[in-house]
Every structure is written in structure tokens, then in C-alpha cells.
Design a protein around this ligand. Structure first.
Ligand code: HEC
Length: 143
């Protein structure tokens, strides 16, 4: 009996260790597919408005504000994000983000990422607004 108890304590403990290791992992495991090359190369952030992007990220985006999952600090630790598998992108993890272009981000925000909690925003956001939020994320969390 004692053996069984010790074993279950060990199992619970190791599961906990594994899940917390995944939560803060950098480089981050990434399920999202690559955008078509022509979109991945696009970058319209030069003329975008980061301040408007911040409003969208924190308060306005529909159906859910980005910070609910990606976190107010952009680290992927938003309230809802913790329950998701795969977890939301951690924009502060340079090892993963250095490979992700502005155009790739635009494409995923617009079309969503199949098989993950990342929904499409093409009906709720104009292209210009998507570029605003891309600029906000890149200039604030990816420095
Ligand atoms: C319901 C939770 C949720 C919300 C709300 C959400 N995301 Fe995501 N997001 C995710 C998940 C999950 C992924 C996929 C992680 C992966 O690829 O493994 C993701 C991925 C991304 C990526 C990474 C694309 C890539 O190529 O790796 C970007 C950029 C992004 N989200 C931006 C946003 C923006 C901007 C908003 C608000 C308009 C938003 N997300 C709202 C959960 C969310």
C-alpha cells in the first residue's frame, strides 16, 4: 500500500514538473503553419499605428482581446492561455520569434491557426488594424 502511495505521489509530481516546464519553455513548441511566401515577405508596419494596435490588443479585439491569451506582457501567460494546448505564442521568447516575420504574424491574425486556440480575425478586423497590432507586438514585446 505504501508503495502505491509513494508511486502516485511521484507520478503527480513529475506530471506537474513536465507541465510547468512546457509553460515557460523558450524556444517554444509551435504548431502554427507558415504563411504563403508572398505574404510572409509583406511588411506594412512602417505606416502602421502602434498606439491603435495597443488598444486592439488590450481592449478592442473580438471575439476576445489578445491579452486574454497572450498576456498583458506578451509572454503567453494570459488567463485563458494557461488552459490551452498548444499554449499561445510567447512574443518575448526571442529564440522562437526571430523566425517569425511581420507578414507571418499578419497572416495568422487574419486567418487563424488551425488546430489551436488562435481564431481568425478577418471578419472583425480591417487589414490596417491587423498591421497596427503587428507593429504594437513587434515594437513592445519583441525588442
Ligand atoms: C483564445 C486564445 C487566443 C486569443 C484570444 C488570441 N490568440 Fe494568438 N495564438 C493563440 C494560440 C493558441 C496560438 C498558436 C500557438 C502555436 O502555434 O503553437 C497563437 C498564435 C499567435 C501568433 C503566432 C503566429 C506564428 O506564426 O507563430 C500571433 C502573431 C498571434 N497569435 C497574435 C494574436 C493577436 C494579435 C490576437 C488578438 C487580435 C490574438 N493572437 C488572440 C491563442 C490566442
Amino acid at each position: 500500500m505504501k508503495k502505491v502511495l509513494a508511486l502516485s505521489v511521484m507520478i503527480v509530481f513529475s506530471l506537474f514538473a513536465v507541465s510547468s516546464a512546457i509553460a515557460g519553455k523558450c524556444p517554444q513548441p509551435r504548431k502554427t503553419k507558415s504563411a504563403p511566401a508572398s505574404t510572409a515577405k509583406m511588411d506594412k508596419t512602417a505606416k502602421a499605428d502602434a498606439a491603435n494596435g495597443e488598444k486592439i490588443y488590450m481592449k478592442k479585439a473580438k471575439p476576445l482581446v489578445c491579452k486574454m491569451c497572450h498576456g498583458a506582457k506578451g509572454d503567453g501567460a494570459g488567463k485563458l492561455g494557461k488552459a490551452l494546448k498548444p499554449g499561445p505564442r510567447d512574443f518575448t521568447c526571442a529564440a522562437t520569434m526571430k523566425k517569425i516575420s511581420a507578414g507571418q504574424m499578419f497572416w495568422v491574425i487574419k486567418n487563424g491557426s488551425k488546430g489551436t486556440g488562435m481564431v481568425a480575425h478577418k471578419k472583425s478586423m480591417k487589414d490596417k488594424e491587423i498591421w497596427d497590432v503587428v507593429k504594437y507586438i513587434r515594437s513592445t514585446f519583441m525588442k
